[in-house]
Design a binder for this molecule. Sequence first.
Ligand code: ZN
Length: 419
Amino acid sequence: MKITVHGGAREIGGSCIGVQTEDCKVALDYGTRFEESSNNQFPEDFDAVIISHAHLDHSGQLLSLSKKKPVIVGSKITREVTVALLQDMVKVQSQNDYNYPYFKHNANAIREHWWVRDHVALPGMTVNLHPAGHVAGARVISIHSENKNVLYTGDFCVHDSEILEGCNTNALPKKPDVLIAESTYGGKIRSPRNELVDELFSKMLEAMARKGNILIPTFAFHRSQEMAKRIDDAMKKGLLPRYNVYTISNLANKITDYFNENKNFFTKEIQRQKQPFKYSHVKHLYRTGQIKEPAVVICTSGFGHAGASLSLLKDWAEDENNSVLLTSGYLPPDSPLKSAKEERRFRNNGDSISVKAEIEQIELSGHADQLELVQMVKELKPEKTILVHGDIEQAQALSEEIEELTEVWIPEKGETIAI
Ligand SMILES: [Zn+2]
């Protein structure tokens, strides 16, 4: 068996890992990098592509397979959301580039070849998917072939969040020959989630006391619904005062409908509620012009480089009463939010905009931190561990913590490991 890291080596973005045996060649994820859109030249001769979850850095390159038509495997929410994200990508890219090679029917073709399964038999290979706790429908992938067991975490999280149960590592197959693990937070230990949520609310309360606007740039999938639900519940409980709260993202709104229709992906508490993602205090808007200030706005893009979040960042940055709350730990280099936060100014269409608004980063992340990653290695006892999906510093920091427990590899892009 040969394992090749085609993407997501020593970086976050463009995840794709090839597993090749005598009889079968599969890809684990097929994602885009954050900086570019149609960049990765992954092999296209896979018999099957297994998608861990519906973030574009794991699934965004699938359009390039729409003509080859391999079998695609993943959970139902992963299929629904991936297709919605690819359709949106086609819409945005073809507006910017007349030569963009894909159309809506290419995104729809992905849906047609998608098998919604948690168990699949391929030639000489069985594949099992286990809940990963990262976002709705995210899966850890286990492969058995040629008497070898391979476990790929995708993105995963062990601790519970408000709407999703964490990954139950006890249910994962023990002693794999190879564990391929994400290492986003390989070098970081985070505060407990309830403390981070308290911090978020106290920052919101301060901005509300100043009658300021609060911008929360958020991904359309999962983080947007999680944030809206969190704020809605806090207002119901009186933890936050009444305030105008909006979501602005038609894509997020569409995904919210999938969530209401697929409650079984969430915690027991969510499943007990009739329409858990129908909010009392959060309103969906179609454009920023409809906002009644002061307001809390949850909107895309999550990195603040486009859409409503960029336009509100421009409108609100220069007022010190306003606040921007970032919940993602990662910001791509050159993103306006990164320079707004670090340099207190950012460039837009040639203008330099100075930032007086407060910018706070509170990492309410859906990834395992170093303690969770080390604990998983201790429980699973893998023979070899391949670290992917993390900057080299994070991967190395994790490697130092686990190298006495397992043989660690931090491959470069394109490197093949034979087992
Ligand atoms: Zn992810």
